[in-house]
Design a protein around this ligand. Structure first.
Ligand SMILES: [Zn+2]
Length: 65
């Protein structure tokens, strides 16, 4: 008895565009909270953002000073 090769169908998962946009926003927000020190923003804006997110940085264990 010969066994025929059975092709398994490929499973595709459709990720909606809004989910990619949400991921990009989340990554950008994480960057702003954890890493932004004036590379993208002006110095006063980066300083204000740093002060605004200072406790969150320490809560996440991100070194800042
Ligand atoms: Zn700090």
């Amino acid at each position: 008895m010969a066994t025929a090769a059975v092709a398994t169908p490929t499973t595709r998962v459709h990720v909606p565009v809004w989910a990619w946009a949400l991921l990009a926003l989340a990554v950008f927000t994480l960057y702003l909270v954890t890493q932004e020190n004036g590379a993208l923003l002006s110095t006063p804006a980066a300083q204000a953002l740093h002060e605004l997110t200072h406790d969150a940085r320490h809560a996440l264990g991100v070194p800042c000073h």
